[in-house]
Design a binder for this molecule. Structure first.
Ligand code: AMP
Length: 392
């Protein structure tokens, strides 16, 4: 167990907090979705209410080590000021004398937002000097940006070498759920995988097979699995280079007595377009047709497996859900999960986006805020930004 923000006394202390304020912006640099900011509010408010001096830091976009005004944190400081109903000052940089001065003048309960960390190339290189300069701004470090925990950057891992380091409330919840489902999940456990790339998901399957009972596969990745079982897949997306690996997965699954469930029917079209004519086909997909969603029989068979599962982990949409004609599979399964009593853990990225779109987020046990980080957790990898935090 890692220490969290509630385990330390923040009163009068300079609290350096890594948050994920990498929000989407439109062309006029207006924030189009502030859920990453609102997600960090519990940790932020905790520090303010307990009399800490809060120094927030994040990256935004991909400025690649250059000062790029379009990626300034200014719109974030503005939105945060509105949300907190107090003035959040934005520093012009994230290191340097001016920033030191600003911090030294802070009073308890005040908040400063540092300028984009990735204006310095040293951030992603985890440069020790840069990390030391960041760390000099705080007395304690709080990690609340799960989406960056799988990267050893100066602001995620580097600073922990110089400061006592604890998890914020967001990261704490992520650790709690992912530790549980990867180490000691309540059985039966179902793992639902979808999305486009097989290769990305193989390490997850290899790591999770000993801990799960059922593996349900949909999305484009299902076609590589179906092809290896000699099913007709038409013109669906396939990774021929992964066929051998997939055969080994079937062998490994039988060793671990895991049932693999693949699509039995498909929503197909002749082109990837929301206006293309689509139809449902059973079993084999005819030549020239592309599988773009799981069909209704598959949905029913997946529900049958899921209804008795105590733990359900889901990563990757079951069809090309961004286009309405191919979104039913993902939607149906999401709706079904939202009514179950099971522990439901949803990986970040596309799957999380689909659940939020449907307004079902409150009904899931946990929706990860990190796509890449949640995958690496499921792969059994040690996340540098988590490993570096102090133990309880
Ligand atoms: P990944 O990043 O590998 O999890 O892939 C996510 C993407 O896979 C999403 O944009 C989905 O729309 C897409 N996807 C899911 N199913 C299919 C499919 N049958 N054909 C093409 N793309 C798909």
């Amino acid at each position: 167990m890692k220490k969290n923000i509630a385990d330390i006394d923040v009163k009068g202390k300079r609290v350096l907090m890594r948050v994920d304020f990498n929000v989407p912006l439109d062309d006029a640099r207006r924030i189009t979705d502030d859920s990453r900011i609102t997600g960090a509010l519990p940790s932020i408010k905790y520090v303010i209410e307990n009399g800490g001096k809060l120094i927030l830091m994040s990256h935004l976009g991909r400025p690649k080590g250059e000062v790029t005004p379009e990626f300034s944190m200014a719109p974030v400081a503005e939105r945060l000021s509105e949300l907190l109903k107090m003035n959040v000052k934005k520093a012009d940089d994230c290191i340097g004398e001016d920033v030191q001065d600003m911090v030294s003048q802070m009073k308890n309960g005040e908040v400063i937002l540092l300028e984009n960390l990735r204006f310095h190339k040293e951030e992603e290189k985890n440069n020790p000097e840069f990390a030391k300069k960041l760390a000099s701004l705080g007395d304690v470090f709080v990690m609340d940006a799960f989406g960056t925990c799988h990267r050893a950057h100066a602001s995620t891992e580097g600073v922990t070498r110089y400061l006592p380091s604890v998890a914020g409330f967001l990261v704490e919840k992520e650790i709690e759920y992912f530790e549980k489902v990867t180490k000691d999940p309540e059985r039966p456990v179902s793992l639902i995988l979808g999305g486009a790339k097989v290769e990305d998901k193989i390490p997850v399957i290899e790591n999770m097979l000993p801990k799960i009972d059922f593996l349900l596969i949909g999305g484009a990745m299902a076609y590589t699995f179906l092809k290896s079982r000699m099913k007709g897949i038409g013109a669906s997306r396939v990774e021929d280079g992964m066929l051998q690996t997939v055969s080994k997965i079937f062998e490994l699954a039988s060793v671990h007595k895991v049932g693999i469930f693949l699509p039995k029917d498909h929503v197909v079209a002749k082109e990837v377009s929301a206006t293309a004519k689509s139809k449902v086909v059973k079993e084999h997909i005819p030549d020239g047709w592309i599988g773009l969603d799981i069909g209704p029989e598959t949905v029913a068979s997946f529900k049958e497996v899921l209804k008795d599962s105590k733990t359900i982990i889901w990563n990757g949409p079951l069809g090309l859900f961004e286009m309405k004609p191919f979104s039913a599979g993902t939607k149906e399964i999401a709706k079904f999960l939202s009514k179950l009593k099971a522990t439901t853990v949803i990986g970040g990225g596309d799957t999380a986006a689909a659940i939020y779109q449907m307004g079902l987020d409150k009904n899931m046990s946990h929706i990860s805020t990190g796509g890449g980080a949640s995958l690496e957790y499921l792969e059994g990898k040690v996340l540098p930004g988590v490993a570096a935090l102090n133990d309880k």
